[in-house]
Design a binder for this molecule. Structure first.
Ligand code: GLY
Ligand code: MN
Ligand code: MN
Length: 465
C-alpha cells in the first residue's frame, strides 16, 4: 500500500479528529485483532478500517492515541529479528514517527504502562464503542490506574464518548485519494465479472461441466492479478434458482445451459471495497422470459441512478426502483392486480416484497457496507409517525440522509421469483440483481463500475466474443 507517500492525508485526518475532541479530549483507536482459524492457522489479517483511515498502517497489534492538542502516539510491534524472520518486517517504533507522521511511537508492550499516563488530567476519553471485543474493559483498567493516582493530584477522565460518530461522518465523504482507489477497485472487479461471463460461455460451448466454483476461481484470479489483496466479501456465484437465495455463496452447483448466473463479487484494493452484481445467461443468450425480467430490473436501476444526485435523499433511488419494479410486477402478472389493487396500493402495502425484499443500496467505502448515518444529521429532531400498513405498529421515521458530493453508494435493484401457482411458470426460479457503485458528484453521480456491460445486448455481445 501507499502509506508513506500519502502520510500527510492520514495526518490531516488525525488533525481533524483532534479538533473535534474538545478541550481535554483524548481518543484511542486500536487496529483489528488477529483471529485464529483453527489450531496454528490464523485468518488472513485485515486491519481495522477506522485505524487504517487514521494511520495507513496495516500491521497487527497497533494502537493510535490522539489528544485534543494534536499530539499523536502510535503503539506498534517492536523490531524483533526472530519474529520478523517468521512473520515479516515490522516498521517498529523508531521509524514510525517519520514514516507515518506521528508525534511519537512506542512498543505495544508498553501500552498498559503508558496509557494511564496519557489519560491522566484529561476530561473525556473517546474510543469506538461496541466494535472491539474487550476494549471497554481495557479502558476501565487504564482508568483504574489513573484513579489510583488521584491522591497525588492526578485528574481522571469523567466522560467516555463514542468515537464512531466522528469517524463515520468523516469517512462518509470520500476524498479524491479515496475516490481514486475506489475507481481502480471497481475497474478490477468489472474485469473479473467479464472474465467470469466469458468463461461460463466458453466452458459450456466446449461441453464442459461448469460449476459455481469455477467462476469463483476466475473472479479471484482477476482480483489478485491486478493487485487486489482479497475479495471485499464472500463472492456470490449463484446458478439458476440459487440466485433467489440472497446470501448464497459460490458453491458446487452445476451451471446449466439455459440458466441465468448471478454473480455478486467485488475486490478490496488498498483497503477499499467494490461491490458489483451482474446476472447473465450461462450460455450467453437470454431466453425471452429471462430478458423481460432482466430489462425490468435494468429499467428500475436506471430510475434509481437518475435519482442519485446531490440534494436528493438516500431513500430516493430506492423509491424510484420500487415504483418501476412494482409496475413491472403488475404488468407481467407477478402480482395479481385483482388482489393487490393499484400501483399505489401495491407499494403502500409492500406487496412488491414478494419479489423484492432488500434495499436498493448502502454506503460503500473501506467496508462494503460502509459506515455513515442514513439519517440526515441537520434534521435529527424531525420525527414523523405513521402506522405500518402490515403490522399496525407505529413507525417513527426520521428524514433520510441528503446526498452530497463525495458520498459513495451502491445501486442494486433485484427481482426474485420463487415458484408459485399464482405466477406464470416461465418466470419461476429466476433471480436477477444488477449492482453498480456510484460516487455522488456536483450535479449527478459517477458510476465507477460500468466497465462491465449491463445492457442485455451488450452482455450477449461480450459473451459471443
Ligand atoms: N455484496 C453485498 C451487498 O451487495 O450488499
Ligand atoms: Mn453486492
Ligand atoms: Mn451491495
Amino acid at each position: 500500500m501507499d502509506t508513506t507517500t500519502h502520510f500527510h492525508l492520514y495526518a490531516e485526518r488525525r488533525a481533524r479528529v483532534a479538533a473535534q475532541l474538545g478541550a481535554g479530549g483524548i481518543a484511542i483507536v486500536p487496529t483489528a485483532p488477529e483471529r485464529s482459524r483453527n489450531r496454528d492457522s490464523e485468518f488472513l489479517f485485515r486491519h481495522d478500517s477506522y485505524f487504517y483511515y487514521l494511520t495507513g498502517f496495516t500491521e497487527p497489534n497497533a494502537w493510535l492515541v490522539i489528544t485534543a492538542d494534536g499530539e499523536t502516539t502510535l503503539f506498534c510491534q517492536p523490531k524483533d529479528l526472530e519474529r520478523e524472520i517468521w512473520d515479516g518486517i515490522r516498521m517498529g517504533p523508531e521509524a514510525a514517527p517519520s514514516h507515518l507522521g506521528m508525534s511519537q511511537a512506542f512498543s505495544v508492550a508498553e501500552l498498559d504502562q503508558r496509557l494511564p499516563r496519557l489519560l491522566e488530567n484529561r476530561h473525556t476519553v473517546w474510543y469506538p464503542f461496541a466494535t472491539h471485543k474487550g476494549l471497554e474493559g481495557r479502558v476501565d483498567g487504564w482508568l483504574q490506574s489513573v484513579r489510583a493516582r488521584v491522591r497525588y493530584g492526578a485528574l481522571c477522565p469523567e466522560v467516555q464518548r463514542d468515537l464512531c460518530g466522528v469517524l463515520d461522518e468523516m469517512r462518509l465523504i470520500k476524498d479524491a485519494h479515496e475516490q481514486g482507489i475506489m475507481r481502480r477497485a471497481a475497474r478490477i472487479s468489472a474485469r473479473a465479472h467479464i472474465r467470469a461471463m466469458q468463461r461460463s460461455a466458453a466452458m459450456l460451448s466446449a461441453g464442459q461441466d461448469v460449476r459455481e466454483y469455477h467462476l469463483d476461481a476466475e473472479l479471484l484470479h482477476e482480483f489478485r492479478q491486478h493487485g487486489s489483496q482479497y475479495p471485499a466479501y464472500s463472492s456470490i456465484v449463484a446458478a439458476g434458482a440459487n440466485a433467489c437465495v440472497l446470501h448464497y455463496r459460490a458453491d458446487n452447483a452445476a451451471i446449466r445451459d439455459g440458466e441465468l448466473v448471478l454473480i455478486d463479487a467485488g475486490c478490496e484494493l488498498d483497503g477499499y471495497a467494490s461491490d458489483i452484481t451482474r446476472t447473465f445467461p450461462a450460455n450467453g443468450r437470454f431466453t425471452g422470459p429471462q430478458r423481460v425480467l432482466y430489462d425490468l430490473v435494468l429499467a428500475s436501476q436506471e430510475a434509481a441512478i437518475a435519482a442519485t444526485q446531490p440534494g436528493n435523499r438516500f431513500v430516493d433511488p430506492h423509491e424510484a426502483t420500487v415504483k418501476v419494479l412494482t409496475q413491472g410486477m403488475l404488468d407481467l402478472g407477478l402480482l395479481d392486480k385483482n388482489q393487490v389493487g393499484t400501483l399505489e396500493d401495491a407499494i403502500e402495502h409492500r406487496h412488491y416484497f414478494a419479489h423484492y425484499m432488500h434495499r436498493t443500496g448502502h454506503w460503500l467505502g473501506m467496508d462494503v457496507h460502509d459506515c455513515g448515518s442514513y439519517v440526515e444529521p441537520s434534521e435529527l429532531g424531525t420525527v414523523s409517525e405513521r402506522k405500518d400498513p402490515l403490522s399496525g405498529e407505529t413507525i417513527r421515521d426520521r428524514p433520510s440522509r441528503i446526498l452530497r458530493p463525495g458520498m459513495a453508494l451502491t445501486i442494486e435493484p433485484g427481482l426474485y421469483v420463487r415458484p408459485s401457482d399464482r405466477i406464470p411458470r416461465e418466470f419461476w426460479n429466476i433471480g436477477i440483481r444488477i449492482e453498480d457503485d456510484a460516487i455522488v458528484t456536483e450535479h449527478s453521480c459517477e458510476l465507477i463500475s460500468r466497465d462491465v456491460p449491463v445492457k442485455a445486448d451488450d452482455i450477449e455481445a461480450l459473451m459471443r466474443g
